[in-house]
Design a protein around this ligand. Structure first.
Ligand code: F1P
Length: 356
């Protein structure tokens, strides 16, 4: 298949440029070391509540899990709407919190209102992370994580998700006694670019299908990625798609499996054995199975249909930066094979604003 005729438009360009933006962000952060250290020390004993809307909520889920895995600080992730509707369910009066408010635009009504409410009514500090440092959310924050980011023109979020996630991981690493991980982090952009280029035709081949319903399954820090992958498929290709904790799928949801179902499992190091058993069981139900996995232990003869293998040196804390671009390309190419261009998504706007 000659992919070059499909490799056009904002969404595609923003997927394939993201690792370059990560590089620029990483280069900008050493000059902000003092601010980063201040944030870590000031909120070290607090519960870190990560929050956003849509893709930025799935970013919150992923970021909270990785932040806690790296720092050991207590975290949770909620949609911004939960802060507006049930603030005391999010911020329990017996604990102390910091809100990490996430938004590509920094103008989404729910997260801006949530940040204001948290700060002004609940007296809880706010750390803003946005791709637009001039946005209302950025101004609302008591602190900000900033990085150079050429604004995305597309409605659907791609590089904004991974770059904001990188800022969360980078901040987490400032809590480590000696920043042993920086060498790994420096390698990620080049390894991810190389992987994406080498995997692109395989991803496009998996995406080239009709009448498919999609299931994305993952555990731990990969669950937010599965939720985001499911949203990308919906937003970009207008296809039915669901996502669950991997091992939850047997407990009822697997009833939807047919021969038209493509189940993608984001294999983790922690849950690998259980996830591969799940893959085999789902094959017996007639599903097609795609595995994203690291080459830690090559797949035994698990009779799966497709696999995308990533280098194994980064582990569960950093594999998000290898898996996510591939999942974004899956949504992109599935849309194009359906004759849909993700640059013109159905029913969507780049920012959701609510009337006062
Ligand atoms: C949040 C969001 C996106 C979604 C669409 C509408 O935007 O819900 O996740 O894909 O673009 O807005 P933001 O608050 O991160 O700017």
């Amino acid at each position: 298949m000659d992919l070059s005729i499909l490799q056009n438009g904002h969404t595609y360009q923003e997927i394939v440029r993201q690792q370059e933006i990560w590089q620029g962000a990483l280069a900008s952060w050493p000059d902000q070391k003092n601010e980063h250290q201040e944030i870590i020390e000031k909120f070290r004993e607090r519960v870190w509540v990560f929050s956003g809307c849509g893709t930025s909520y799935y970013l919150a889920q992923t970021g909270a899990a990785l932040f806690e895995m790296i720092t050991g600080f207590r975290t949770r992730a909620v949609p911004a709407s939960e802060i507006l509707t049930y603030p005391r369910l999010v911020f329990n009066p017996h604990d102390h919190y910091v809100l990490v408010a996430l938004s590509r635009s920094g103008t989404t009504t729910e997260i801006v209102r949530a940040a204001r409410k948290t700060k002004n009514e609940l007296n809880c500090p706010v750390l803003s992370i946005s791709c637009d440092t001039t946005s209302p959310l950025s101004k609302e924050g008591d602190h900000r994580l900033t990085f150079p980011f050429p604004a995305e023109k597309s409605v659907v979020m791609t590089g904004s998700f991974t770059t904001m996630l990188l800022s969360i991981v980078y901040l987490a690493l400032q809590a480590k006694p000696q920043n042993v991980w920086s060498a790994w982090l420096e390698k990620i952009p080049a390894v991810s670019t190389d992987l994406m280029r080498k995997s692109e035709s395989a991803v496009a081949a998996v995406a080239d299908r009709r009448e498919t319903d999609f299931v994305f399954l993952a555990q731990g820090p990969y669950l937010g990625l599965a939720n985001e992958a499911s949203l990308k498929i919906k937003e970009m290709s207008i296809s039915p798609s669901v996502s669950y904790h991997a091992l939850e799928f047997r407990h009822g949801p697997m009833s939807i499996v047919t021969g038209h179902t493509l189940i993608t499992i984001l294999v983790s190091e922690a849950g690998r054995t259980l996830e591969l058993q799940l893959a085999e069981d789902m094959k017996k139900l007639g599903a097609q199975v795609l595995l994203l996995h690291s080459s830690k232990a090559p797949l035994q003869n698990v009779g799966i249909d497709f696999s995308l293998q990533v280098p194994d040196q980064f582990g569960d804390s950093l594999n998000a930066f290898l898996y996510m671009p591939l999942l974004q390309l899956l949504g992109y190419y599935h849309a194009r094979c359906k004759g849909i261009h993700p640059d013109q998504p159905k029913n969507l706007t780049a920012v959701v604003t609510l009337k006062d």
